[in-house]
Design a binder for this molecule. Structure first.
Ligand SMILES: [Zn+2]
Length: 233
């Protein structure tokens, strides 16, 4: 059968976000792209995680969005994932959840500021709040337009999606991504955790300050980019 590895990867990523406590009911989906094959694999729409099998993962064309492989309908959020893959050329996987703390920041309508090194190790700056869609954007091609507003937010604010691998949609929830499915899942977990830490930090001290830029740069750059030295060679 075609796309075995891609489907297996996406199946595992979907189970991991449930295990990590980021997903209740069916509020979430993970996908991955094989850029050489021009194929995106994603969770089927509305299928319970306990019943989900690797064989149920749906494969679509990155270019046209048409189904290539699979028996089910793809996640309703598929057009959002496709837009992100098309606009952000280095990302290999995407995770969308309604994890509680990140979603609370999205509902509060605030960027998730970088308040500590946990955040700085994974995101080089605030995780941006993406604006609400207009009534026109909602009426037609809602999911595709959701992808557009995320992409436009990164362009307008000159944020590098490789350095800030996630965003929160106003009134909705987080999207996180990464070079690999493992990285996208990890970034989704970190995004939720820093949203939670910030919540507690600001509860304990409403005037708590953001991490100084010098510490933010140090922590991000020692793990990412040409000067990285963290971990094993
Ligand atoms: Zn959602």
């Amino acid at each position: 059968m075609a796309f075995e590895d891609l489907k297996q990867t996406v199946w595992e990523a979907n189970l991991k976000i449930v295990e990590a406590g980021l997903v209740l009911l069916t509020w979430g989906n993970a996908s991955a792209v094989d850029r050489e094959a021009g194929a995106v694999a994603i969770k089927p729409s509305g299928v319970d995680y306990e019943k989900l099998r690797a064989a149920d993962i749906v494969v679509l064309s990155l270019e046209t969005g048409e189904k290539i492989d699979g028996d089910f309908r793809p996640s309703s959020d598929t057009p959002t994932h496709l837009e992100l893959y098309r606009a952000f050329p280095n990302i290999g996987a995407i995770v969308h959840t309604h994890s509680t703390y990140a979603t609370s920041w999205a509902q509060a309508g605030r960027d998730i500021p970088c308040m500590g090194t946990t955040h700085a190790d994974h995101f080089h700056g605030a995780i941006p709040l993406v604006r609400q869609l207009t009534p026109d954007e909602i009426a037609e091609h809602y999911e595709r337009n959701t992808g557009h507003v995320i992409v436009n937010c990164f362009r307008e604010r000159k944020i590098d999606p490789d350095a800030v691998p996630g965003a929160i949609l106003h009134g909705h929830a987080p999207f996180a991504w990464g070079k690999t499915a493992e990285k996208a899942v990890e970034n989704a977990i970190v995004l939720e955790e820093v949203a939670k830490m910030n919540y507690f930090a600001l509860t304990l001290n409403p005037h708590a300050e953001n991490l100084p830029q010098s510490v933010l740069d140090k922590h991000f750059l020692r793990k990412h980019g040409p000067g990285a030295y963290y971990g094993q060679k």
